[in-house]
Design a binder for this molecule. Sequence first.
Ligand SMILES: [Zn+2]
Length: 405
Amino acid sequence: MRQDLSKATSWVAHIFGVLAIATFAFVGAAFAGLKASSVQLSGDSQKTEVRISIDQDPDLHWFLLRTPYRLVVELPETTFAIEPRSLKPLGLVDGVRYGKAAEGRSRIIFTSRKPFSVERVEIESGADKDGYSLAVSLAASSDSAFQSAMSEQVSATASIPARPDGDTTPVKPFTVVIDPGHGGFDGGAEGVSGTREKDITLAFSRELRDSLIQLPNFKVVMTRDSDMFLRLDDRVRVAQSNEADLFISIHADSIRYTGLRGATVYTGSDQASDADSQALADRENLVDQIGSASLPEENQEVTDILFDFVRRETQDYSWRVAKDLVGSLSQTIGVINNPHRHARFRVLRAPDVPSVLVELGYLSNADDESSLLDPQWRAKAVGSIATAVEKFAERKGVSTAQTER
Ligand SMILES: [Zn+2]
């Protein structure tokens, strides 16, 4: 048991940590909040314990990944002062890697050649000279057991693990960033009777925001709430600095087939599902070159060893929410053939934020244009998107069942 004093100190440290992360997320500077040192491994190939000294009592999340078998522990941004020699493989642990995962967040990854089950991942106090230690226990298991633990985490609680009993710290709200496409001098597509895409996307996004903020435990942020130009990178940054659980970019583009109408949901991908999707992504991506001197592509992809599997997990979520959106939009406003498509959209490339782009309809089609201008049609579309978002939030363990609607 902790003494009262250390409890209070830890609480203050925790609050300070949260504030410091929030502050530094805004200015974008590095935050050296947490320090980790001295790793100790013990045990054998049946059961392996890891203990890492840390100087605070942080919030942590963990999740599993496969090929190879991995346990990923997510912490606030951490400075690692770990002796490489202490990372020699032992028992079930073949490797320990660590580093920065995103602004304000770090990860430690334990790799194993054999499947394992996670017996515990927790912070212990008073066990170490630094004050705390991150204690991890792994036990040998089977591939099928590992597989089912993994699919459980994806389908049910995702990377939000069960909270220990008695933990009453407030849960971070489910944060949705809505991105009204285009704006300012970038008007986007133009409708057959003169409707500008940037106006439709803003009007619709405001209505979607007003609907989503009614859900309990929801927070909604708009990338723009006026007729202003915003670079694609900046839109992505809004999602990342708000630690968004979901990013939805709203569009109503035009297409050369004037007869084509209906909604489409896009996810980001290096490989386009079809030529039209790629052409659309190319057109959308051009905006950053017109807007101002283009910034070089961040090379985080190359330098960050964590990037790849964080991105894989994020992609899983993006696909799930896209499927939910297609399911609910097809029942109300109608969708095109093969309504879930993918291409390399710059605005969908946050590696750590599930992201989708919704084309509500085509301004190149006269019927779609008049639908987009019809408040009743928009209300139906807003309702369908809200239903899908709510379903996704529930999958991620956010309770939205407190209100009667
Ligand atoms: Zn657009």
